[in-house]
Design a protein around this ligand. Structure first.
Ligand code: HEM
Ligand SMILES: CC(C)=CCC/C(C)=C/CC/C(C)=C/COP(=O)(O)OP(=O)(O)O
Length: 311
């Protein structure tokens, strides 16, 4: 199949810079993914030698970046069509498709192998599965096939805190499953808000995102439903007893703020006002996830410190 913007046979570019390879790692999106992995690792019971903990986080970060490179390799044709992605290294002609594929595969292999060697094979297996899930299940299959692509595919972005937790404990527990669920339920409002104001881009690229397939109204409904479920699940750490009441109150407040943005979006009928509300919800989604994980980290760290001091 001929791809738009395909440079796989062209070797004359040769001018790829370090920053082009860095861009293949999708560093801005992955920064929050990596932060959730750090929180998972730091709040897990038990401890890792600081050097091993830093190595584990580096492996998760490199694995996440590798999956981004594999995504850009496969999506080069649609990235060349969308204004948001047209300047990425492959469509812009600075890196060839085969270079991106090789880079993604090599980094995937080493990140998984090193994580397994320095921590355990449960964490490494989860990392390998997450890379596979994003690069193959989401990118190659779901993204171009169903408007539920990001609900199912979003699981990939939700695994990192579970990987961080497993790096310390070697297990998957109810607590790490709750961390997974928070990001998993956050992803649909996060992404569909963006898809609402970038609807034209996705339609042009022929990607069946919810607003194009089911319409804006249905997307507004779905965002509201997922936001309610997310707000409820975000207080689970307190209900399950691994975070304090203080965390529960802050998380509950943040959940109410998220609901406020989702209701405001749901009320919009006019296309311009709807896009503006969607943009604001997207922006808030990033702050929300960062702060929820940050508060959880602070809460569990304080509890551990006080527990240690009282021991
Ligand atoms: C299938 C799941 C997801 C999809 C489809 C998705 C999609 C997107 C898209 C299209 C953007 C705009 C990026 C750009 O401008 O190039 C974005 C931005 C962003 N996403 Fe997501 N996302 C998903 C999951 C996640 C997860 C799990 C996280 C973190 C835990 C995350 C964190 C971010 C961040 C931090 C940005 C802002 C990047 C910037 O400032 O440029 N996303 N997301
Ligand atoms: C540890 C590990 C392997 C983590 C992976 C984390 C992960 C899967 C994050 C997904 C976030 C993301 C970049 C979505 C973009 O979707 P898209 O490809 O549809 O967006 P695009 O249109 O910007 O390319």
């Amino acid at each position: 199949m001929a791809y738009i913007g395909d440079q796989s046979e062209n070797t004359s570019w040769g001018g790829a810079e370090v920053e082009d390879y860095f861009a293949l790692l999708k560093p801005r999106v992955m920064s929050l993914v990596i932060f959730t992995a750090i929180v998972g690792l730091m709040i897990a019971p038990g401890s890792l030698h600081p050097l091993l903990a830093v190595t584990a986080i580096l492996c998760i970060a490199i694995g996440a970046g590798a999956s981004g490179a594999l995504n850009m390799w496969y999506d080069a044709d649609i990235d060349a069509v969308m204004s948001r992605t047209i300047n990425r290294p492959i469509p812009a002609g600075r890196v060839t498709k085969s270079e991106a594929l090789g880079f993604g595969l090599v980094l995937s292999f080493f990140s998984v192998a090193i994580l397994g060697l320095v921590t355990n094979w449960v964490a490494a297996g989860l990392l390998a599965f997450t890379i596979f899930f994003y690069a193959v299940i989401y990118t190659m299959w779901l993204k171009r096939w169903t408007p539920q692509n990001i609900v199912i595919g979003g699981a990939a972005g939700a695994f990192p805190p579970m990987i961080g937790w497993a790096a310390v404990t070697g297990t998957i527990t109810i607590e790490s499953t709750v961390l997974f669920l928070i990001t998993f339920l956050w992803t649909p409002p996060h992404f569909w808000a963006l898809a609402l104001y970038k609807k034209g881009d996705y339609a042009e690229a022929g990607i069946p995102m919810l607003p194009n397939v089911a319409g804006e109204r249905a997307t507004q409904h779905q965002i509201l439903i997922y936001t309610f479920i997310l707000a409820a699940i975000s207080v689970a750490p307190t209900l399950l007893g691994f975070a304090s009441l203080a965390y529960g109150i802050v998380a509950g407040g943040l959940g109410l703020a998220f609901i406020y943005y989702a209701v405001r979006l749901w009320l919009q009928k006019d296309s311009v006002a709807l896009k503006k509300a969607a943009r604001q919800l997207f922006g808030f989604s990033l702050i929300y996830l960062f702060v929820v994980y940050l508060v959880l980290l602070a809460d569990v760290s304080v509890a551990n410190f006080l527990g240690g001091a009282n021991a």
